[in-house]
Design a protein around this ligand. Sequence first.
Ligand SMILES: [Zn+2]
Length: 147
Amino acid sequence: MLARTLLVLLFIPSPYAKSQQIESPAQDAPTAPKPVIADYTPQHRFWDRKNILLFSGVAVFRSLDYASTRNFERRGRQEVLIPDDVVNNSAGFASLEAAGAATSVGISYIFHRTGHHKMERWLSAGHIGVTAFGVGWNYSLKTTRPK
Ligand SMILES: [Zn+2]
C-alpha cells in the first residue's frame, strides 16, 4: 500500500516544482550552465485547434485544386505545371495533391519542433493562400472547346 501511495505521489506534479526551477539557475549559473534540452518547453501541442484548422484548410484547398484542375481539363484546357501523364492519371494526381498536403504538415512539424511556431502557422496559411489563388485561376480560365 505504501509503495503504491509513493508511486502515485511521484506522478503528481509538485506545486513547488516551478519555483524551484526558477531559483536554481541563479544558484547554478556561475558553475554549471543548464543544458539546452531542459529549457525546451513547447508553446502548444502540435495537434492543437489552430493547426488542425490550418491543416484541414490545406487539405480542403488541395482537394479544390484537384477538382478545379479536372474542371478546366473538361473545358478543354491543359495543366501547364505538372506533366500530363501524372495529371491524366486520377490516382496519381490525387496522390500528388495528398503528398503536397502531407509535406506541408511535415515541414510544419519540423518548424514546431525547432521552436519556430510562427513559421509553422504561416507555412499552412501561405499554402492555403497560394492554392486558393490557383483554384481561382483554374476556374477563371476561359473554356476552349474545339469547334
Ligand atoms: Zn508549434
